[in-house]
Ligand binder design. Structure first.
Ligand code: ADP
Ligand code: ASP
Ligand code: MG
Length: 407
């Protein structure tokens, strides 16, 4: 058996926690499992490093910012290797580059191109433990790159694929994947298993428990993920291929994302190419547009409303004001206090009435829906941020997901 174990920020958040992590590694080794470890920085450390760079300069160069934030993981990798060595385990820490992660040169959102880690596999086969810094690699010029926030999950799955591991165990501060964020809804229920497809929706719609790209990778290579707690040795949640034989409830969970902003460009000419004109420059700026609504045209003019990550709000507003002037549009309006809530479930394919139930529930709570978007297995609405907890709780309850009190 061969496993890649990933430990998140809280699991390596202090020397004491690193010792507990070493206990987990040792216990698996004792069972004869071949292990490689991927670590995050101590919790809060990446934010602290980013804040320092921003204090130093208004616009720190992306290359240097990556060089800086990548250090967080080097600290924890080396400390865990030191702790394991103290216990007589042969362990070596490796930076992402040393571990063979080659990425694109897009700093802060680099994509993994290849993982040449046969040297790590040799350690594993010899019962030794490579401890790899998550979240990073090097580009073809040798500059340090990072994979985007939460990227250690993706490093771990990529390494698991590269060394042909049987599974990737992701250790965090909750003991599984729940029907919604258990920190917001104490009545959330833990899932025994979840399909890649549903987990992909959960992650991309805001459940930050796994980075979206890690789920994409796992799905592509059919790598099982076991999401579990480093605080509590219970079985967690398996993220695996869809089990066709299972009967499904309409909805398997509720996800939310506060990191949203909404922009409307009004009174622009309704003609072919207009959407391309609006979204081309935004894409060039590297901003990901999410929900899009275009109004029916009125006397040859139309409005387009869309959402972007809140951190890209100011920049996108600037681009829109410029475009509005160029296209002689009427106005640009923005709101960076919106949020997104989604109900998700592959069972939705065979259940009618999910949309009606969702809209009725929100109406009953007096929550106004600003935008709606659907796919085969999810319905997403954009609402005012201040209603997010109310919306998540009431939907969780309305779709029968609340944990019932023990009889
Ligand atoms: P790590 O630092 O270990 O990577 P994260 O903070 O990235 O941990 O992810 C774990 C957190 O994800 C949990 O503390 C929980 O609040 C949050 N979370 C959001 N949605 C869910 C969900 N559906 N199930 C479990 N946890 C969730
Ligand atoms: N330390 C990085 C972050 O905070 C990567 C990770 O934890 O996955 O985003
Ligand atoms: Mg994480």
């Amino acid at each position: 058996m061969r496993i890649v174990q990933k430990f998140g920020g809280t699991s390596v958040g202090s020397l004491e926690r690193i010792q507990k992590t070493a206990d987990i590694v040792q216990a698996e080794l004792a069972r004869g499992v071949q292990i490689a470890v991927v670590v995050s920085a101590m919790s809060g450390e990446t934010n602290r490093l980013v804040a320092m760079a921003n204090e130093m300069s208004e616009q720190p160069a992306a290359r240097e910012l990556d060089a800086l934030v990548a250090t967080g993981e080097q600290v924890t990798a080396a400390l865990l290797a030191i702790e394991l060595q103290k216990r007589g385990v042969v362990a070596y820490s490796y930076s992402g580059g040393q571990a063979g992660f080659v990425t694109s040169a897009d700093h802060a959102r680099a994509r993994i191109k290849s993982v040449e880690s046969s040297h790590l596999l040799r350690h594993m086969q010899a019962g030794e433990v490579p401890v790899v810094t998550g979240f990073q690699g090097v580009d073809e010029k040798g500059s340090v790159t990072t994979l985007g926030r939460g990227g250690s999950d993706t490093s771990a799955v990529a390494l698991a694929v590269a060394v042909e591991a049987d599974a990737c165990d992701i250790y965090t501060d909750v003991d599984g994947i729940y029907t919604t964020d258990p920190r917001m809804v104490p009545k959330a229920q833990k899932m025994e298993r979840i399909s890649y497809e549903e987990m992909l929706e959960f992650a991309s719609l805001g459940a930050k428990v796994l980075q979206t790209r890690s789920v994409e990778l796992a799905m592509r290579f059919q790598m099982p993920i076991h999401l579990r707690s480093s605080f509590d040795p219970v079985v967690g949640t398996m993220v695996v291929g869809e089990d066709e034989t299972m009967e499904r409830a309409a909805i398997s969970g509720v996800a939310y994302n506060r990191d949203e902003a909404k922009i409307t460009i009004m009174g622009i000419p309704d003609q072919p190419g207009i959407a391309a004109n609006v979204f081309g420059p935004i894409a060039e700026a590297g901003v990901n547009v999410d929900v899009i609504v275009q109004n029916v045209s009125e006397q040859g003019y139309t409005d387009i409303t869309f959402t972007v990550p809140r951190s890209d709000y100011e920049q996108t507003m600037g681009i829109m004001r410029m475009l509005c002037e160029q296209m002689q549009g009427r106005d640009v309006k923005g709101d960076d206090t919106v949020a997104k809530v989604s109900v998700i479930g592959v069972g939705m394919r065979s259940h009618a009435g999910v949309a009606k139930m969702m809209f009725d529930t929100l109406a009953k709570e007096g929550v106004n829906i600003q935008m709606i978007t659907t796919s085969e297995i999810k319905i997403t609405v954009v609402i005012e941020e201040k209603y997010i907890e109310l919306a998540v709780r009431s939907l969780h309850s309305a779709f029968g997901l609340d944990l019932s009190p023990p009889a």
